[in-house]
Design a protein around this ligand. Sequence first.
Ligand code: PHE
Length: 350
Amino acid sequence: MNELDSLVESATQLFAQSATPADLENAKAQFLGKAGRVTELMKGMAQLSVDEKKSRGAAINVAKQAIEAALTARRQALADAELRVQLKAEALDVSLPGRQRGQGGLHPVSLTLERIEGIFGSMGFDVAQGPEIETDWFNFTALNTPEDHPARSMHDTFYVEGGTPEAPNLLRTHTSPMQIRHAVQHVKKHRAALDAGQPMPEIRVIAPGRTYRVDSDATHSPMFHQCEGLWVGENVSFKDLKVIFTAFCRTFFESDDLVLRFRPSFFPFTEPSAEIDIQFQTGPLAGRWLEVSGSGQVHPDVVRNMGLDPEKYIGFAFGMGLDRMTMLRYGVNDLRLFFDGDIRFLSQFQ
Ligand code: PHE
C-alpha cells in the first residue's frame, strides 16, 4: 500500500472511531485542516518539477477526494444514528389506552345548597344573593347589634379597606345583612301599593352564601357558608317558623321521625330568639341534640330598618350553617375536608 492509500486508510479509520460530530470535526482537521496532513503534502510539492507536480498533485487530489467522501459518509452515519436514538426516545405507544377526561362534579356544600334551594323553593321562598364585603351598617347596626357587642371586635371580624372609621367595611360575619338588604328592595318595589294602603306581598326569601369570622379549627373555618331565611308578613307567627323549618329538616335529612327543639337563646336582631336543635331517632347520631340554626322573631327595630311598621308587620328569620348541615347529612367529622380540595374525598359525593 502506498503512502497516499495508507493516509486515506488512517483517515477513514479515525473517522470511524469518532463517536460524535465534534470528534469527527477534530478528526477532519487532522487531515484537511490548515495544518492537516493533506495540506502538508500539498505544501511539500513546492520543490518538484512541473511534470512531477502534475502527477503528484493528481494523486494527492484523488486521496483528498477519498478522504472527503469518507468524511461525508461518516457525518451522515452519525446524523442517522442520532435520529434513531431520538425517535426511539420519543416513541409513542399507540396501543396504550387514552387518558380519560376527568368527570367533574358538584362540591358537597354545593349539593347541600341545591337541596336547600329546592326545598324552600317548593315552599314559595325566593333565593337572593348579597355582597361578601359588607358595611358596618348592614352587618351590625341595622341588625340592632350595639357598639360594644363582642362580634364587632377586631379579633372576631375581618375588617377591610374602604368605608370610614365610624362605618368600616368588613367581610360579612353572617348572612343576616341580607334580611335588611332584601327587605328594603322588596319594600321599595311595593312602595306605591303600601302608600295606597294596599297589602304588601309577603317577603319569603332565603339568602345563601359565604361568611367570614376570625376562627379556625376542626369545626370552624375563617370562611364558611350560611343560609339566611326571612319571612315577613302581616299574619305570620312562630308557629309558621316551626312548621316550615320542621318540614325543611325532615325533607333535607330524609327522616320523617326527626324531632326539633327550639331552645331559648339570644340574638340582638330577634326577639324572642331560639337555637334550633334536631334529633335523629335512628342512625349513628340518634338520640343526640344537634344545633343546626339560629332563629327568632325579627326585632321591631329591625322591622323598622326594613322600612316597615313593626305594629303591622311581623317576621321570622333563621340562619343555618351550610357546612354543618353537610357534615350532619353525610357524616363528615372534620370541616377542613371541605376546603382541602382532595379529589379522593370530593369524588365520594358524586
Ligand atoms: N346570624 C345568626 C348567626 O350567624 C343566626 C341567626 C339568623 C339568628 C337569623 C337569628 C335569626 O349566628
